[in-house]
Design a protein around this ligand. Structure first.
Ligand code: EPU
Length: 335
C-alpha cells in the first residue's frame, strides 16, 4: 500500500535533523506499489529516502522521495550449517541484528547498532569492527524503474568494496532496493580482531553472540553520538585509501599514525585520526561541530542548516589537505 505526503517537513526523517521540506514523499511496501507509482511515467526528479541516516539535505527537495516501509524478516532455507533469510528493505538494520542474535545466528553481531534500514545496507556496504554487510549479503532484490521489472543481483555482481557498491554508480537512479537476502551461520564465528573488541568481549565473559553484541553496542555508545539526541550521520568522511608510498612517507613523519592494508597494495588511513591531529576534535562553529569523541563525525548542535554543515566540512577537508596533503571525501550523500 502507498502512503503519500505533500510539502512534508523532513526534520524527523534525516538523522542530521536539518529542517528541509520535500514536495512529495511516497511510502511504499511492495514492488506492485512501485509499479503503480511509476506507471504514469518517471517523475522529473525522484530518489530513495530510507532511514535518512546517511544524507544531508542542503535545500528543499522539489521531487519525490520514495521510502520503503515493508518490514518482514523471512527465513528461507536452513541447512543445519547456515540459514538464508530474506529481509525487506524497511527493516531497521539493528532490529535485524537483534533478530539474528536472539536466534543464535552468527554473522551480523559486529554490525550491531548501525543506524539505518536493511535496504540501504548494500548501497554503501555498511561496515564496522572488522565486518561489512557484504560478508552476509548473498543477493539484492531491486525494482528496475526503466523496465518496471524486478532484478535479482547476486552479491558477486554488486561491486562491493569499502563503502562502495554498484548502487552508488551504474545502478544509481535506476533501481530501488526492495529486499536483501543474507546468509547467517549456526556455527560460532567470532571476529574480535578490531580495536578494543576482544578486550570488551573478554570482560563480559567470552565470545558468545550476546557478549559480542553487547561489547560492540557499548563501544559504539561510548564513541558515537546518538542521532536521537545530537543530529549526525555517523562518519561524515570516508577513510582515505592511498598509495603505499604516500602512507610510507607519512608514517616516517607520524610514526603513530594508524594505517591498515587495503586491496591492491593500497593503504587505508584513519580520517578521524587525521582530523583529530589537526586539532579539530570537539571544534565547534555555531551550530555545527566535530564530535568530541570521534572526529570523523560532524554534529548538528541544533538549528544548523545543510549549508552550515557543508561549509564546516569544507574547512575540515582543507585543514587535513594542508597538514597532511590528503584529500578526504564525504561519505554522506549530499542532496
Ligand atoms: N582516531 C583518532 N581520533 C578520532 C577518531 C579516530 O585518533 O577522533 C583513531 C583511532 O584511535 C583509531 C583509528 O583512528 O586508531 C580508527 O578509529 P575507529 O576505530 O574509531 O574507526 P574509524 O576508522 O574512525 C570506521 C567507520 C565507522 C565504524 C568504525 C569501527 C568509516 C568511514 N567509518 O571509523 O563507521 O564504526 O570504523 O569499525 O569507515 C560510519 O560509517 O558511519 C561509522 C560510524
Amino acid at each position: 500500500m502507498i502512503r503519500e505526503f505533500h510539502h512534508i517537513d523532513l526534520r524527523d526523517r534525516n538523522s542530521f535533523g536539518v529542517r528541509q521540506r520535500a514536495a512529495r514523499l511516497v511510502e511504499f511496501e511492495t514492488s506492485d506499489d512501485l509499479r503503480e507509482f511509476f506507471a504514469p511515467g518517471l517523475p522529473e526528479r525522484w530518489t530513495v529516502l530510507s532511514g535518512g541516516n546517511n544524507i544531508l539535505f542542503t535545500e528543499d527537495y522539489d521531487g519525490v522521495l520514495l521510502t520503503p516501509v515493508a518490514r518482514r524478516i523471512i527465513p528461507l532455507e536452513d541447512n543445519a550449517k547456515t540459514v538464508r533469510v530474506r529481509v525487506e528493505a524497511g527493516v531497521e538494520w539493528d532490529d535485524l541484528v537483534a533478530w539474528a542474535v536472539d536466534r543464535d545466528l552468527w554473522g551480523l553481531e559486529n554490525l550491531s547498532l548501525i543506524p539505518g534500514k536493511a535496504g540501504a545496507a548494500p548501497v554503501q556496504n555498511i561496515g564496522a569492527y572488522g565486518c561489512e554487510a557484504k560478508d552476509a549479503i548473498r543477493r539484492v532484490e531491486c525494482f528496475c524503474v526503466e523496465s518496471g521489472t524486478m532484478l535479482s543481483l547476486d552479491a558477486a555482481h554488486c561491486g562491493f568494496g569499502y563503502r562502495e557498491s554498484i548502487f552508488k554508480h551504474s545502478l544509481k537512479g535506476r533501481v530501488i532496493i526492495t529486499a536483501i537476502e543474507i546468509e547467517l551461520s549456526h556455527t560460532p564465528c567470532p571476529r574480535l580482531g578490531y580495536g578494543d573488541v576482544e578486550r570488551e568481549v573478554e570482560a563480559r565473559g567470552g565470545a558468545t553472540l550476546r557478549n559480542i553484541r553487547e561489547a560492540i553496542c557499548s563501544i559504539r555508545r561510548a564513541k558515537l553520538p546518538d542521532p536521537a539526541v545530537l543530529g549526525n550521520a555517523g562518519s561524515f568522511f570516508k577513510n582515505p585509501v592511498v598509495e603505499a608510498s604516500v602512507a610510507d612517507a607519512l608514517t616516517v613523519q607520524y610514526p603513530d599514525m594508524p594505517h591498515y592494508p587495503a586491496p591492491d597494495g593500497h593503504v587505508k588511513l584513519a580520517a578521524g585520526w587525521l582530523i583529530d591531529r589537526c586539532g579539530l576534535k570537539g571544534h565547534r562553529e555555531g551550530a555545527v561541530g566535530v564530535h568530541e569523541r570521534q572526529a570523523l563525525v560532524l554534529v548538528n548542535y541544533g538549528g544548523a542548516t545543510g549549508h552550515d554543515v557543508i561549509a564546516f566540512a569544507r574547512k575540515v577537508q582543507a585543514a587535513v589537505r594542508e597538514k597532511f596533503g590528503i584529500d578526504i571525501d564525504t561519505e554522506v550523500n549530499i542532496l
